[in-house]
Design a protein around this ligand. Structure first.
Ligand code: F0G
Length: 460
């Protein structure tokens, strides 16, 4: 029987559970005010279903936990480093591995190694930490994603694709010498977990090779991207996820990785590269920022869990259930007429806050407001991905993104279908009283990555 005919039912059973509690409306009101109407500042204890992020929130398997007991906690040359190196070489295909404590550790390294002040770094939409490190290294990020990515209702199957004309225009304008590399997100988080096609990536690779520009893959959710390629791209239906992942990586020179997503762990990441000189410099720098190059800020056991996570995450039945759960929620919301980003993404369903709360101006923070209201409604925690996340430009003005989204992000192997149903019911109830919702005012704004710690007050 073909595995494709099965529903998304989980390919595992539950062996250990963590209790969660429902709060009263009064408790939630107090908790939200205390948190400055920012879901990042809520205590996890006060949250019923936590859809803030899929980062580090995964449930590990018994096989991974068993691996944790095999941690070789040597300062240098841990056995687990070599196990991880082997898994990265086998599945991602890069030659050299520098472990880091998480994705942004790898972004810091590659930005410092490759970017000179005054350089430009194009990418298929920005990611917060990636762009921040590019800017800290003196670079300027330039968005070269296709226009459809900024349109929540466009049904383009590969909204993560690069617009080659935009990339060419940047090369013509600033010159290839000022472009050390392009960052390719696969999938693109802020576009709604949308994939890039291999056809597009091949074309990007060819254009970059012609101009001596490197391609750095943000491989954080590249396995989820591989699943979409298998489902949607011509010629890939019969390829395994492992084959597609390997081919994806083959069009790049290096990858930054947050293992906290695809790789089913709670902490960990890496930089993987093919070029010896880049590797040498990165493994030298990692000693300053993370730890020795054979542990990079991780315990041996964390590297082992990540190595084992690679093997589990690349399995077809895992990915089918993982993305199947997200699609289950997305399809129910679409049936109810609730505005979400389409097609449904890999790691999350994104509510379109501009369409949900059209009465709010962008600087009344529609997505921030909607995330706060969803928490009040039912104790479900989500995340703003709109003007607060977009931060300010160099002139100090708000970056005004086209998208104002609330991300309902699904931890892997954590919540059940009944949790999903409660979520759908809560969003439906909120939608029915959307006209009564007022916006927020920002009363405290930190300098870096403001969405994490900004505080707000209700306008009414
Ligand atoms: N790249 C992408 C596409 C990400 O989604 C993240 C993290 C990172 C890089 C940075 O990795 O957190 O391990 O340092 N995304 C999390 C999220 C925070 O909630 O989407 P990190």
């Amino acid at each position: 029987m073909s595995s494709k005919k099965r529903s998304w039912a989980e390919p595992y059973k539950i062996k250990s559970v963590e209790l969660i509690k429902m709060t009263t409306l009064e408790q939630r009101k107090a908790a939200l005010a205390e948190a400055g109407y920012n879901t990042f500042l809520l205590k996890s204890e006060d949250v019923y279903i936590d859809l803030l992020t899929d980062s580090g929130t995964n449930a590990m398997s018994d096989y991974q936990w068993a691996g944790m007991m095999l941690g070789d906690e040597a300062y240098a040359g841990s056995k687990n480093y070599y196990n991880l190196e082997k898994a990265v070489q086998k599945y991602y295909g890069y030659k050299y591995l520098v472990p880091t404590h998480q994705g942004r550790g790898a972004e810091n390294l590659i930005s410092r190694v490759l970017i000179k002040p005054g350089d430009f770094v194009p990418g298929n939409m920005y990611f917060t930490t990636t762009r921040a490190h590019q800017e800290l290294a003196g670079g300027t990020f330039v968005d070269v994603i296709i226009d459809e990515a900024h349109d929540p209702s466009s049904l383009h199957p590969f909204k993560g694709n690069v617009d080659l004309n935009k990339l060419q225009a940047l090369i013509d304008k600033v010159g290839a010498k000022k472009i050390p590399y392009i960052t390719i997100g696969a999938t693109v988080n802020l576009a709604g977990g949308q994939p890039i096609s291999l056809e597009n990536l091949r074309a990007v690779r060819a254009l970059c090779l012609k101009h001596g520009i490197k391609v750095v893959l943000d491989a954080t959710r590249a396995m989820e991207n591989a699943y979409f390629i298998q489902q949607r791209e011509k010629g890939y239906a019969d390829k395994s996820l492992a084959e597609i992942l390997f081919e994806t990586c083959s069009y790049s020179d290096a990858a930054t990785m947050s293992g906290k997503k695809d790789l089913l762990v709670n902490i960990g990441g890496f930089l993987a590269v093919n070029d010896w000189d880049i590797f040498e410099e990165a493994r030298n720098l990692v000693v300053l920022f993370e730890g020795l190059h054979t542990y990079g800020g991780l315990a041996g056991r964390d590297m082992e869990a990540m190595a084992r996570g690679i093997e589990e995450a690349i399995q077809q039945d895992h990915m089918q259930a993982r993305i199947g759960q997200v699609e289950y929620v997305g399809e129910k919301l679409i049936e109810l007429g609730i505005p979400i980003v389409r097609p449904i993404g890999g790691h999350a369903v994104f509510l379109d806050a501009k369409a949900f709360l059209p009465q709010l101006k962008q600087l009344e923070f529609p997505a921030q407001t909607l995330a706060a209201e969803l928490y009040l409604e039912s104790g479900i925690r989500s995340m703003e991905r709109g003007v607060v996340s977009a931060g300010r430009n160099k002139a100090g003005e708000h970056n005004m993104p086209k998208l104002e989204l609330v991300r309902l992000t699904f931890p892997r192997r954590v919540y059940t279908q009944a949790h999903c149903d409660v979520l759908v019911e809560s969003v439906e109830s909120l939608y029915s009283r959307r006209h009564e919702i007022h916006g927020l005012k920002m009363i405290y704004e930190p300098k870096y990555l403001r969405f994490f710690q900004a505080r707000f007050e209700p306008l009414k």
